[in-house]
Ligand binder design. Sequence first.
Ligand code: SF4
Length: 239
Amino acid sequence: MEFEIDEPLVQGIISDEYARARADIERLGPLSALAASQRCHDERLAGAADAGTLACKVGCFWCCYFTIDARAGEVLRILDFVAQNFSAAEQRRVREEIAANSAALSALDDSQRTRQNLKCPFLAQGACTIYEVRPQTCRNYHATNVAGCQQSFEEPDNEDIDPEFAPQVYQSGAAHVDAFTAAMRRTGYDSQAYEFNTALAAALAQPAATRARFDAKLRPFPTIEGFDVPYEFMDEDPG
Ligand code: SF4
């Protein structure tokens, strides 16, 4: 689906979020800054001019079977949330599903991986159990027609599916993520993306060391490969 870039909207969000995120990272640290950024992210999407056209709602979870990526800060926040809010039995179930998904995905290349349908370990009884701390990828929902999401699930090898989406919601979310990622990069923190399940498994295998490496601005997951996600609406890192 084609759309026209709303430059004033996109540039306004980039400059606002970049300045706010940089100040928050330096003042509060990266994880508290991420929490503030995630709250703002939700508000931007809810306030977008076409938010009323979204088809996404509780009980619809086709996209929770797609493989997604997450950043290290998001993984650490999720594991804190799980430790504080999940029962011992639920933590065990989640760990088992993470291990199974990670094992299934780790032998695949990027192209094969993106064509897998695997239930997210945090989807339970048809709802996201970590909604408050879900990754940016999940926060950027923008579908206006469930049929496109369902078709993507049913035909994972079909590269011609062109789902309908809300352009203002999409641009608001993508510009916000560009700016927060740039602020993390500029302040020296790891900003690479990692396959969600393998990053969770790596962090669970070495929780203290992962956190220490992240805080020290080192590669948090030495055993797995991350990658830089190209900016959607920025040409280069801000100064
Ligand atoms: S984290 Fe939540 S929203 Fe994201 S894929 Fe998993 S269950 Fe779905």
